[in-house]
Write a protein that binds this ligand. Structure first.
Ligand SMILES: [Zn+2]
Ligand SMILES: [Zn+2]
Length: 608
């Protein structure tokens, strides 16, 4: 935490973890002499190393068992304590090829280094290497550019842990051999390690895939397909509430709704430049009667065609078109998880067509809408990041003037609303710079959510125009924006942030009626009907369970209120109020409960 100002790659912690990776690989090599080593970089919160253990008797890739991992961890710790110095030197390519003769993955890396394709960490480069960097401690020699700590004992044995093993493909490509990846973590001391392990445990408990099942929010069917979540009733209610909230906020700000289809002609995306720029993340075109169609990877071109559907004058601008538009992107199956990495998702998308004079004010309007959304969700810990093009890269389209103009507009708008941001080169969209909003959840994990992008390019590609006050044709500027980002991802993050205990207005079931015996079912139904008529989401637990079990079940479902009803309540037209947090608020009149719940719901309160 004290190294916040230094990039991770230059930090002491990075060195520590990189060194830990080497020593762990040394332990694996000792215990599994036949293991072939791939690569082992530090990552956020730890490190990994990839190994090829050969095939088992069934011809399948041999994997690490939990017992293997225990043994490796034990040996790893011993080796750390047996102090050895990390020595750095270089070998010529020829020497390296000889030294790593029995390590096929290292050989491939050395050849790629020599050909100028990758560096020692497997990252792309363009410099052909004459020599390769080596780090050695004891007999363990690795292709490496470092940096490392001085001695193995600087990585403290009581501050490291092996976390798990999983399959990984060589160079992340499913066509390559499957490797066994061991994830580990290393910290400066035991206190920090324990703290991290506690956070990890908490994150596991909050895992949105686990809670999504427990709370009936979504389901992944292998017959439908990985990465294509099915929204269950509770999840659909939650999502619709979010959409309703944003729709209203947009209507209040002069946005107009549109609806567009899920596919479009390939030519549309060739014109926009999404094809071939995003070719790798798109699905193969579909042939329909000799014409090529694509699953929509982006909503922008469709909205642009709506802009072009009539001639526009300056009086029509700004034109703000909004849609919850579902798009499809190809993700490798290994990368798919729950709601956060999917193949089809719905963007709370909008495109604003504005005159150059309106750009700054409209950009500020969008930023304030995003702030409104985050404040309503109780997301107070967030930061902004300005992503610009990398002038060295050919990934970006448009002229340097367009980029400069866009970046200037974002900077001016951010300065005007007093918003701090960091600058990140190479984080832009291909058509223009963008401002991303990054939220830190209760577990201090960062998630990129909302985004605003300024675009001079697509208006040019589609030859957009409007008639100005001067009677001449002018080119509008586009703003792309999505406060949530994607509904799937946003809900996934929401589930983990709130640990499934959503604010009242979002809770799929807000009230569970708990009749004490089945004699009270009728009264419970009456009250439920009365509350539903007022717009609250209410269920009645008419099971044979005893009252305490019913309350417990509702708490597990994280339902905000449990209203217990027996003879006394029925007589007084009242309810005994319990909350999911375990509070017993005693008996109140139905009307009083209803009024209070409605105030909290309409106010989108975080309180119960
Ligand atoms: Zn290394
Ligand atoms: Zn767009």
């Amino acid at each position: 935490m004290s190294e916040q100002n230094i990039p991770y790659e230059q930090s002491e912690l990075y060195r520590l973890r990189h060194s830990a990776a080497h020593v762990m690989a040394e332990a694996v090599k000792e215990l599994f002499p036949e293991a072939k080593l791939a690569i082992g970089p530090p990552i956020e919160d730890g490190f990994y190393y990839d190994f090829d253990l050969g095939k088992d008797e069934n011809g399948k890739a041999r994997t690490f068992t939990p017992e293997d991992l225990e043994k490796i961890e034990l040996r790893f710790k011993e080796l750390l304590k047996q102090n050895a110095k990390f020595e750095q030197y270089t070998l010529t390519v020829e020497q390296a090829l000889v030294h790593f003769a029995d390590q096929p993955y290292k050989l491939e890396l050395i050849r790629d280094l020599a050909a100028g394709k990758v560096d020692e960490m497997g990252n792309p480069t363009t410099e052909p290497a004459q020599e390769v960097g080596i780090y050695q401690h004891r007999q363990f020699i690795d292709l490496c550019r470092g940096p490392h700590v001085g001695y193995t004992s600087q990585v403290r044995a009581n501050a490291v842990k092996i976390l798990r093993a999983s399959g990984a493909y060589w160079r992340g490509d499913e066509k390559n051999p499957q490797l066994q990846r061991i994830y580990g973590t290393a910290w400066p001391n035991k206190v920090e390690l324990d703290d991290y392990l506690k956070r990890l445990e908490e994150a596991r408990n909050r895992d949105h895939r686990r809670l999504g099942k427990q709370l009936g929010l979504f389901h992944i069917s292998q017959l439908v397909g990985s990465g294509l979540p099915l929204w269950l009733p509770n999840g659909a209610i939650l999502r619709e509430e979010l959409e309703r909230f944003l729709r209203q906020a947009q209507l209040d700000r002069g946005y107009l709704p549109v609806i567009t289809p899920h596919i479009g002609k390939l030519d549309l995306y060739i014109t926009s430049g999404h094809y071939p720029y995003y070719k790798d993340s798109q699905y193969t075109p579909i042939d329909v009667d000799g014409e090529q169609f694509m699953l929509k990877p982006m909503n922008c071109p469709h909205h642009i065609e709506i802009y072009k559907s009539e001639s526009r004058s300056y009086r029509d601008l700004p034109l703000r078109l909004a849609e919850f538009g579902t798009v499809y992107r190809y993700e490798q199956s290994g990368e798919l998880t729950g709601l956060t990495r999917v193949r089809g998702f719905t963007v709370d998308d909008s495109h604003l067509f504005v005159t150059p004079e309106q750009l700054e004010a409209e950009f500020i309007g969008v930023v304030s809408l995003i702030q409104h959304v985050f404040n309503t969700m109780g997301f107070h810990d967030f930061r902004a990041r300005l992503g610009t093009n990398d002038p060295e890269s050919d990934k970006y389209a448009g002229t340097p003037e367009m980029w400069a103009q866009g970046i200037k507009a974002i900077r001016q708008a951010a300065d005007k609303v007093g918003m701090n941001y960091t600058l990140e080169v190479g984080e832009a969209a291909f058509y223009g710079p963008k401002l991303d909003f990054i939220f830190r959840d209760v577990l201090k994990r960062e998630w990129q959510l909302g985004t605003v992008q300024v675009d001079f390019l697509l208006p040019q590609r589609f030859d957009l125009e409007y008639t100005g006050e001067d009677g001449q044709k002018h080119r509008p500027v586009m703003i792309h924006r999505a406060p949530f980002g994607s509904m799937e991802r946003f809900v996934g993050i929401l589930i983990e942030h709130f640990n499934g205990a959503f604010p009242l207005w979002l809770a799929p079931v807000q009230v569970m009626m708990v009749p004490i015996t089945d004699r009270h079912n009728e009264y419970a139904r009456q009250v439920a009907q009365e509350l539903r008529a007022a717009g609250l989401r209410v269920q009645v637990d008419e099971s044979d369970d005893r009252m305490n079990k019913k309350i417990r079940n509702a708490q597990l479902q994280k339902i905000p209120y449990m209203l217990v009803v027996g003879d006394k309540e029925a007589e007084a037209h009242g309810v005994a109020v319990r909350t999911r947090t375990g509070e017993d608020r005693g008996t109140v009149a139905v009307a009083a409960f209803k009024a209070q719940a409605l105030i909290l719901t309409t106010g989108k309160s975080m309180e119960l």
